[in-house]
Write a protein that binds this ligand. Sequence first.
Ligand SMILES: NC(=O)C1=CN([C@@H]2O[C@H](COP(=O)(O)OP(=O)(O)OC[C@H]3O[C@@H](n4cnc5c(N)ncnc54)[C@H](OP(=O)(O)O)[C@@H]3O)[C@@H](O)[C@H]2O)C=CC1
Ligand SMILES: CC(=O)N[C@@H](CCC(=O)OP(=O)(O)O)C(=O)O
Length: 346
Amino acid sequence: MAIQCAIIGGSGYTGGELLRILSTHPGVEITCVTSRKYAGMPISALFPSLRGIVDINFEDYSPESLKERAQIAFTAVPHQAAMPVVRELLDAGLKVIDLSADFRLHDADVYENWYGEHSQKELLERAVYGLPEIYREKIKAAELVANPGCYPTSAILPLYPILKRGIVDSNGIIIDSKSGVSGAGRTSSSAFGYSEVNEGFKAYKVCEHRHTPEIEQELSMACGAPLTLNFTPHLVPMTRGILTTSYSKLKEDVDEQELIDILRDFYNESPFVRVLDQGLFPDCHNVRGSNFCDIGVRVCKRTNTLILISAIDNLVKGASGQAVQNMNIMEGLDETIGLQSPPLFP
Ligand SMILES: NC(=O)C1=CN([C@@H]2O[C@H](COP(=O)(O)OP(=O)(O)OC[C@H]3O[C@@H](n4cnc5c(N)ncnc54)[C@H](OP(=O)(O)O)[C@@H]3O)[C@@H](O)[C@H]2O)C=CC1
Ligand SMILES: CC(=O)N[C@@H](CCC(=O)OP(=O)(O)O)C(=O)O
């Protein structure tokens, strides 16, 4: 029998991407898509690309009505708005995959320092951080999965195996990321409009981006001790994609091929991580519309620096694709189902 799924906050970019991916998933039936603004309207009014593919209407959010109609819900609403919704859905007996940041940080104080008050702290210990390549076993048994942030996904995947092996100094890591504009969501402000962004390129939230503690949390787990790092996000005039470059100091004399082999070995059973051959580097073009994370490796002998470069599609591996990957794992399916389309190029 098909897994019945609900999408809460289905009118935004990640909601639309969930619809696109789930509409071709052979094991799923989308039974409910909510929107406060567009309840009663057909999905295709907001996503004309889905006309004839998803022919149901948006509806109001009602956790009670979902009890009989869904086993699993994706919450694709902003942080802070997600926490009460997640609580209600869990209480109604659904499994939940939350795309917001509300359950990603294990420490409530850290959350409150970066995001504001947390009203569902007791749920934090029930949440599993949904990076399948690292937490696959825990995700299998989870009732609540905190889907990782887009920047953290692109930063953690290349660095985690390297830090776990102690190959680089955990102090002084620099992470520099560039994101397409869809990362800001469909309801973002005029600062993300075409003429504000086109032909421009800027850093933002320097030293204060909310994904910093999330990256630090996971990379601290990798090296077994707390670390702090510098993370600088940039906005680039493209629709989708994140390119992340990290710089860390090598503690031992390793060459590029050895590092590539370490990464390939770690991700041996992770079909969405592609570690590129020596001398090749990721391009957002090559992952667009797909759930892949491409990783390239460079050692600068002159400065003793390891440079790792990764590319993802922020809406797919950075959000909705990863959420479907998590659903597959939670439901005991092959994790690639529904996510097998090759990237779009160009
Ligand atoms: N865009 C990206 O690349 C990524 C986004 N995320 C996270 O995923 C979530 C959704 O992001 P995204 O789709 O980009 O955002 P959008 O702004 O595109 O959509 C958010 C949706 O949430 C609904 N919504 C807004 N405010 C509330 C509220 N107070 N209560 C209930 N529903 C609300 C809106 O629906 P309506 O007004 O119709 O009810 C809207 O369609 C966010 O938490 C975001 O941080 C995570 C990773 C990457
Ligand atoms: C380009 C852009 O604005 N990106 C967003 C990405 C954040 C996001 O998606 O929020 P989550 O924490 O829920 O992942 C930002 O920097 O705020």
